[in-house]
Design a protein around this ligand. Structure first.
Ligand SMILES: Cc1ncc(COP(=O)(O)O)c(C=O)c1O
Length: 442
């Protein structure tokens, strides 16, 4: 890595020297693949065991132990795990599912395939997580479940969410795809609601290639998820790691042999093998990421520059960010003479500080939920079994609509290397100072 020391020089975007000449690629490489990971994957390959479940079940057992839950069920991806979770809590035709507008589409879009409708709700402008007050406002007698997303690792306000949901019998599904290992007052997120689904794809902080996991304390939810997409585990003779059959409920057992959802949710065991190795080292690697990311933000805050703040919980909040998937900076254009986040990021990228303006786009504005008649019902699929029009025009969710102008993705450090991290802080300061002085146009 080459670090330019003259951060007062002209901006690279204006022809000046780059602050970071050669980004240190190994500071960011992920997942970390060691010979033991390669050996485990090769073993599956050489045994021809890709379609078995022995490695996957070992992975599930270790996963459940790490999270401290009773049940873990592997899936080919997070989308499938969340789909199974929606079915397992009982979402069906005519129900409504509440979901924050700012998230990846797979958090809840599968509700449509169950005949349910999505009701989007707003996010908190600071955390970008579901706004509990708006969640409460949007509840109707048809609301069956809420999906909460611990967005880019920031834990949701679970106490408030549960206090709203539980008395009304609304099931709480946690989407942990961004937040493996994040803690809410000491408890791992994913263990607080009724069930959690999560992605374990390569880019995630806990990365098993293409994979997903469903976890729950609730045996009935687990059994329904098995029956939904794991036909080979449905028969009475198939034993779970607890020693019990996967399915004990006679109402499900009578369908043994054919999955209720018609889905085949078996995980490829090469991913399970990789996942086991990644899980074994995850606590240590996550702690290293946490040190690195906090070091970045601590150094930034020590400079005392306005306009950019960390998307991280306050130190004494009892919340932690886990693996800091896709870390974000909060951006206040007003502090920078109206410079847009896009222009600011263009200047940062020119310095060798890789970043992306915005976050996920608000879903409530997407035409899929306004127009798409996927199953030829003669009306938009999101309204196919609804008793009202749930379409939301622009202006409905102000925080979600403003979010993309107010954040940008920052480098995701995987190692605590203060000097190299310091170079990134200096690069950010170089661009921020120029923008504060009005040297960066909108
Ligand atoms: C918040 C969120 N939910 C769900 C998913 C879906 O997971 P997968 O891509 O493994 O299907 C993702 C993945 O990108 C995600 O970011």
């Amino acid at each position: 890595m080459t670090i330019a020391t003259d951060v007062a020089a002209a901006l690279a975007i204006h022809g000046g020297p780059k602050a970071i000449e050669r980004p240190p690629e190994d500071l960011f490489r992920w997942p970390i693949v060691m010979p033991e990971d390669e050996a485990a994957v090769l073993d599956v390959l050489r045994r021809g065991a890709m379609s078995g479940t022995d490695v996957t079940q070992a992975f599930e057992k270790e996963f459940a132990a790490w999270f401290g839950v009773e049940h873990a069920l592997a899936h080919p991806n997070g989308t499938a795990a969340l789909h199974a979770a929606l079915f397992a809590v009982g979402v069906g035709q005519g129900d409504e599912v509440i979901c924050p507008s700012i998230t990846y589409w797979a958090s809840a879009t599968q509700a449509l395939n169950l005949g349910a409708s999505l009701q989007f709700c707003d996010v908190d402008p600071v955390t970008l997580n579901i706004d509990p007050a708006d969640f409460e406002r949007r509840i109707t007698p048809r609301t069956k479940a809420v999906v909460v997303v611990h967005y880019t690792g920031y834990p949701c306000e679970m106490d408030r969410i549960l206090a709203i949901a539980r008395p009304r019998g609304i099931k709480v599904i946690e989407d942990v795809s961004h937040a493996h290992g994040a803690r809410y007052h000491g408890k791992l997120v994913g263990t607080l609601g009724d069930v959690a689904g999560m992605s374990l794809m390569s880019g995630k902080s806990l990365a098993a290639g293409e994979a997903g996991m469903l976890i729950t304390h609730d045996r009935a939810i687990f059994e329904r998820a098995v029956a939904w997409g794991h036909y080979e585990r449905m028969s009475a003779g198939t034993k779970y790691f607890s020693g019990e059959p996967f399915i004990t409920d006679p109402a499900l057992l009578r369908f043994a042999g054919i999955p209720l959802g018609g889905f085949k949710n078996r995980l490829n065991q090469m991913s399970a093998a990789l996942g086991r190795g990644q899980l074994r080292h995850y606590a240590g690697r996550m702690a290293e990421i946490d040190r690195a990311m906090n070091a970045f933000w601590d150094a930034w805050e020590a400079l005392g520059l306005p306009g950019i703040t960390a998307h991280r919980p306050p130190r004494d909040s009892g919340l932690t960010m886990g693996g800091w998937y896709n870390p974000l900076a909060r951006y206040d254009a007003a502090a920078f003479h109206g410079t847009t986040v896009e222009a600011f990021c263009a200047a940062l990228n020119a310095e060798g500080f890789r970043c992306t303006p915005g976050a996920n786009k608000p879903m409530h504005a997407h035409p899929l939920f306004h127009e798409a008649d996927v199953y030829h019902a003669g009306k938009p699929t999101n309204l196919a079994h609804a008793n009202r029009d749930l379409r939301m025009p622009a202006g409905s969710l102000p925080s979600a609509e403003a979010a993309n102008a107010r954040v940008f993705g920052i480098p995701w450090f995987k190692h605590h290397r203060p000097e190299e991290i310091g170079a990134y802080v200096a690069a950010l300061a170089k661009v921020a100072r120029a923008a504060l002085e009005g040297r960066l146009s909108a």
